[in-house]
Each structure stands twice: as structure tokens, then as C-alpha cells.
Write a protein that binds this ligand. Structure first.
Ligand code: ZN
Length: 358
């Protein structure tokens, strides 16, 4: 791969710089003869922290469909994905240098008949530790639990797991070097998950002030997936005849979604951008999610960071910045995304591991 050159304002430091890429790595030492491929606002490559590759509304998809999903994400600037649960084996993507890097959470672990059909393992509490262990070994450092779902006997959202199994399950994942995150819509599942040492909360529409204080103190992340929470009124409508309490609950959670996210952000909870692509959501909407974080009241520079350097640091360690020797995952924009986050909708260039892909 021949060397390339970029010139512009490197974020978040906002220095005007020349930047070169050779062998997939960033360097600030001039490489004579390198072709200039972009000028503009230069951002560490985007991350979708809640995405499902290989999944659609009905379950696992064939490889060619998973490939299309990954390409759609990539072309919007997403070069790194945390896959928040997929029944498909997408290991083949690791061999492809033209597709985003995927950090997997294995397959969702859900309670029997209490999740979307064909997505996750559906098990009972006594098997939770064993399944967490299995998915921790299969994944790339993450395990995904479905923490709450509609409890049809109650007619409302309810926790899926008792405290006495959550603690050993999460402890086992940690022993194996994996972090654990959980899908949670409502309020009731959160105290037990947090007490058991959960590392992340997905959606988190029900987090209370007490939960938020604990999350901030322990650095428990929140990935609100606001573009998917926008579907709550539809979910409520679908369930309203049979489960009126559930429908009212979903509407209330939706109603206060921005306030919830803003309160968490203000308290210092690490909030990240995730689209939830691959279930009911289409792929390629990372910029729309950043705009939703801004709509929730997160200042644009921090909303951009939540999909870029901060998310990279959270997933991979390190600073997440474009530094001498860092992986050349780079997005270039015509305008300053910290001032106009809408520019994220149209990347001028996407460079993935040193390769120009758009
Ligand atoms: Zn999801």
C-alpha cells in the first residue's frame, strides 16, 4: 500500500497539521511523494458502539447480507463496531481488510420466550453462568445480556434475572477478561445489574438519579441508541390492546428520554453513540445518532467524541487519538463537526486501517 497524505485540522486538538499514513499507521513525519487524498477536518474514525452485523428483524442473515450491512456502516465513517449480540458467525469479516473491525459480544443471552425470536440464547437463570462463560470465550471481550423485557404475566416490563445469578455470572465474565453489558428499557432491572457489577447499560431509558450516581462513580457506560428509542411509541401501539400498562410505560420512557440522557451526561456517566442497527434499525445511521445526542442536550463536541476518540479509547484502551503510530482509522469532513455535527452525514473521506475506502 503506497503512502498517503492528509492536511487539515486534526481533532480534538484542533491543530492545523499534515498527517501521513504508511503501512496502516499514522505518522507526522513527512513522506515525500505521498499522494494527498483529503483536506478538511480530520477525525479519528467513527465507532458504532451498539450495532448488530449479521442480524435483521428475523434473525441471522446470509453472509452477503452481513457484508452489505458492514459496507453501509463503513461508508458512513464507521470503521470500528462493537457488535452488541448476533446469532450469525461473522468471523470471516476479520479476514477482510475492506470491512470494519468488529469487537463482538457473542450472542445475546436472554430469558426463555422473553426476547425477539431467533436473536439470542433463551435460557433459565440456573444456566446463566454457563452461558456467560461460553459467550465470553466466543466473543471479543464483551458479553451481552437482555436485562429486562415484557413480563407477560405482569403485563409490563420486568427484570429477566434474579440478583443471585447475576453476581456470579458477571464475576465469571470478568475473570475471563470480558466486560458485560445489558439491554435495559425499564427501571426495575437496574439496581440488581449495577449491584452485580455490570459494565454497560444499553438503551437505559429507565435509569434513575440513584442509578446515574452509581454509574458515574464506577464508569458504567450508557449507550442510549436514541434513534431506536424513537420507536417506543410504535412498540407501545403494538402492545396497547393486550398490555396497556406496558404501552403506557414505554410511552413515558420515550417521553423523558432526552432528559434521562442529559442527566446521565451531566453527572459524568460515559455516554456513547450506538445505532442498534441490525434488529429493526437499518445500518448506516451513526451521524443521525450523534445528532440525537445533541438533541438530548449533549454539547456537540462531546457528542462527536462519543462516536469517535472517546469511544475508541473505551473499546480499545489508549487515548483513541490520531497519534504517531496509531492505527490509521480516519474520517475527513468539509466542516468542523464540533460546530456543525450535521457534516458527519457526509464524510469527504473514510480511511480504514490506512486504506481509502471512501
Ligand atoms: Zn441491540
Amino acid at each position: 500500500m503506497s503512502a498517503i497524505h492528509l492536511r487539515g485540522v486534526v481533532l480534538p486538538s484542533a491543530e492545523h497539521r499534515d498527517l501521513w499514513v504508511r503501512d496502516g499507521k499514522v505518522t507526522f513525519e513527512a513522506i515525500p511523494g505521498a499522494e494527498t487524498v483529503a483536506t478538511g477536518w480530520i477525525l479519528p474514525g467513527l465507532v458504532d458502539l451498539h450495532c448488530h452485523v449479521g442480524l435483521d428483524a428475523n434473525g441471522a442473515v446470509p453472509d452477503d447480507v452481513a457484508e452489505e450491512q458492514a459496507i453501509t456502516d463503513r461508508d458512513t465513517g464507521v470503521v470500528l463496531i462493537r457488535d452488541a449480540g448476533s446469532p450469525a458467525d461473522t468471523r470471516w469479516i476479520d479476514e477482510r481488510d475492506d470491512l470494519p473491525r468488529i469487537i463482538r459480544a457473542g450472542r445475546h443471552i436472554a430469558r426463555t420466550k422473553r426476547y425477539t425470536r431467533n436473536f439470542g440464547w433463551e435460557i433459565e437463570p440456573e444456566d446463566l453462568v454457563a452461558y456467560v462463560e461460553r459467550e465470553a470465550r466466543k466473543g471479543d471481550g464483551w458479553v451481552k445480556l437482555v436485562g429486562d423485557w415484557i413480563d407477560r404475566d405482569k403485563g409490563d416490563l420486568g427484570p429477566c434475572w434474579p440478583q443471585h445469578v447475576l453476581e456470579p455470572a458477571i464475576a465469571r465474565a470478568h475473570e475471563l477478561g470480558a466486560r458485560v453489558t445489558a439491554h435495559v428499557f425499564g427501571e426495575d432491572a437496574l439496581p440488581d445489574l449495577l449491584a452485580a457489577g455490570i459494565d454497560g447499560i444499553e438503551h437505559g431509558t429507565g435509569v434513575s438519579a440513584d442509578n446515574i450516581a452509581l454509574m458515574a462513580e464506577r464508569g458504567v457506560s450508557l449507550v442510549p441508541t436514541l434513534i431506536n428509542i424513537a420507536n417506543f411509541p410504535t412498540f407501545a401501539e403494538q402492545g396497547s390492546a393486550k398490555f396497556p400498562a406496558y404501552a403506557a410505560h414505554m410511552r413515558a420512557l420515550h417521553e423523558r428520554r432526552y432528559e434521562t440522557v442529559h442527566t446521565a451526561y451531566e453527572a459524568g456517566v460515559p455516554v456513547f453513540a450506538g445505532t442498534d442497527a441490525g434488529g429493526v434499525m437499518p445500518h448506516g445511521l451513526i451521524a443521525q445518532e450523534v445528532l440525537e445526542l445533541v438533541a438530548a442536550g449533549i454539547p456537540a463536541p462531546d457528542a462527536v467524541a462519543a462516536a469517535s476518540w472517546k469511544a475508541r479509547a473505551y473499546l480499545l484502551g489508549g487515548t483513541g487519538l490520531l497519534e504517531e503510530g496509531s492505527v490509521a482509522d480516519i474520517c475527513v469532513y468539509a466542516d468542523d463537526p464540533r460546530v456543525d455535527p450535521g457534516t458527519l452525514l457526509d464524510p469527504a473521506r473514510v480511511i480504514m486501517r490506512g486504506r481509502v475506502v471512501r
